[in-house]
Design a binder for this molecule. Sequence first.
Ligand SMILES: [Zn+2]
Ligand SMILES: [Zn+2]
Length: 367
Amino acid sequence: MTPTRAAIADGVGSFTIDTVEVGSPLADEVLVEIRAAGICHTDHASLSWKRPLVMGHEGAGVVREVGPGVTHVRPGDAVVLNWCIPCGACPQCERGDTVLCEVSKPAHVMAPSRGHAHAAGTRWRGSPIDRSFNIGTLSGLSLVRKEAVTPIPASVPFPVAAITGCGVMTGFGSAVNVARVQPGDSVAVLGCGGVGLNVIQGARVAGATTIIAIDTNAEALERARAFGATHALLAGRDDPELEAMAASVRQHTDGRGADHAFEATSVPALAFAPLRLVRDGGQALQVSGINDAVSVPMPWFMWNKRYVTPLYGGCVPSRDFPRIFELYAKGALQLDALVTRTYTLDQLGQAIDDMLTGRNAKGVILF
Ligand SMILES: [Zn+2]
Ligand SMILES: [Zn+2]
């Protein structure tokens, strides 16, 4: 077992930085030295998952050691981690919808690790400890299943790779893989934080010609324009039914409404808001993972509107990460500009506060 420093959630709303011990890989496992870990809202939520847990689910680093059954990476390789770890053998994996893997789907994340990396592989204060999404990237070392790592080109900086593991993938993939935005389409994006900006980039790469960014924060809208939004609408706080906002979106879409509208605010009251912004037969997507009980007037669905809650942008790691890094290398995806600020592990509290106040597109912890 090797000691390393990690952020440990206490399960009741707080965390501490402490030493954990991490073991060597079994047959199909990889030991990764984490170099950078991004922070997103899920990390804040994970503080209250009712048990101690190594935090973090966005990360990139260097392979230190591999088990004998691992052939796609070697010690010294730079890798990005994915938090949805396909088993490769269940019916959902077999039909290619690996984010819905029945062995590792997020409903299981809050339960103990079900065979994802050996249970005693990470120990804290003498006992095994779970890791957020079975990867726990806010730790100097992470022992993961081989399906959780994808090699990255040497030219990709670790902070950029880390945020690609969740925020970039979720936004980009929701537009490209799930909504399947087509050339000439119109898109509205509600909320221009880390995920929303990547929905905008994904829509731009897919060829959308009208991309309407919506936010209550003028600074966020400025960022959205830099990432490809063609229109920016400042949302008022006095428009709870989005009557005025829907009218503005129609104005920019030939009076019809957008082909696709995305919610990326994490505000429960806005879960169904994208339905207000799409045309008849259009597609509303809620990408921020809102989990609360919310109600919706049925007329908002009329007519023939679809409502989807994409998980992890439909991520297939071996397909999507190489594609994202290729677009990044060509300058078609801006990823450096998403890393607003970097922190040390000891500054994690500050990083979480800055995220909650919306100060950063993305904050990243460097190891
Ligand atoms: Zn599976
Ligand atoms: Zn995330």
